[in-house]
Design a protein around this ligand. Structure first.
Ligand code: ADP
Length: 260
């Protein structure tokens, strides 16, 4: 993987500019700085190795050299998409999921930001915002995808089991460039449909634990337990609690687990 091979691979897609790094702290940090200095829509920062990759809060995302995909996509939302920005995480998750489906796998989206294969985490998403006063100037969508076995961190550093495309396929995974191409292709397709019900339906269709009892930990608040019913039109999660009451979980620092 290098600047030229990536540019060639992605030339058929209508992306912005691309910056490749052999090694980087965090692709999101580089993309945030680039976005703030005027990067074009759909510009990409990608690295072979990420040494300070971030999850939400202070959590870390591991991308050892040569093993996975770590990239950040810069979005400059058009005015017509601004009312739908809360759907961005679904757009990103759906794109990764479709790329997995294209390989014959059966992905599920652990709301809000993880993609599971066989119940194990294969990819994560971290969205950060560049503000211009009270308006969103741009969004940076970081995606980490475990492609080869070596991208899966040791179990002792994980709070949730992890896997890779290679593990899930049970055979050699496709080249990382090919996985990147299919994720971006799906992303561009779904972004054009971001304002439609079809996006919410496609996203909801593959939500993990649907119809099952889950436990949601939101910020410092008490855990909420209930049956996972589906999504609201803004992408929020809908549960039914023990008193048969509908509970809407909005985004934020939310961790979802199957309930014991
Ligand atoms: P959560 O699991 O609560 O949704 P995040 O989405 O913020 O957490 O992701 C960060 C967490 O993901 C880390 O705390 C770590 O346990 C786990 N993790 C880090 N790197 C990887 C990886 N390459 N594959 C799978 N899980 C990872």
């Amino acid at each position: 993987m290098n600047q030229n091979s990536l540019q060639k691979k992605l030339s058929k897609l209508n992306i912005g500019n691309l910056r490749y790094f052999d090694s980087i702290g965090s692709t999101n940090d580089e993309a945030l700085a680039w976005a703030a200095t005027g990067a074009r829509d759909l510009s990409i920062v990608i690295a072979d190795e990420q040494t300070q990759g971030r999850g939400r809060l202070d959590r870390k995302w591991f991308t050892p050299k040569g093993s996975g995909l770590a990239f950040s996509l810069i979005l400059r939302p058009h005015a017509n998409l601004r009312p739908h920005l809360s759907r961005t995480v679904g757009l990103a998750a759906l794109s990764i999921a479709e790329s997995c489906s294209g390989l014959g796998l059966a992905p599920r989206i652990k709301w809000p930001n993880d993609i599971l294969l066989n119940g194990k985490k294969t990819a994560g998403i971290l969205i950060e915002t560049v503000w211009s006063g009270d308006d969103v100037d741009s969004l940076v969508i970081g995606m980490g995808i475990n492609v080869h076995k070596a991208s899966v961190p040791p179990a002792e550093v994980l709070q949730f089991p992890a896997t890779s495309l290679e593990d899930a396929l049970g055979k050699e995974a496709p080249a990382r460039e090919d996985v990147l191409f299919s994720v971006l292709d799906a992303f561009i397709h779904w972004r054009e449909r971001m304002a439609t019900d079809a996006l919410i339906h496609a996203w909801e269709e593959i939500i993990a634990f649907r119809g099952e009892q889950v436990q949601v930990q939101a910020g410092g608040e008490e855990n909420i337990t209930g049956e996972l019913l589906g999504l609201e039109s803004d992408g929020s999660l809908r549960l039914r609690d023990a008193h048969d009451k509908s509970v809407i979980i909005r985004f934020g620092d939310v961790s979802l687990r199957p309930s014991a």
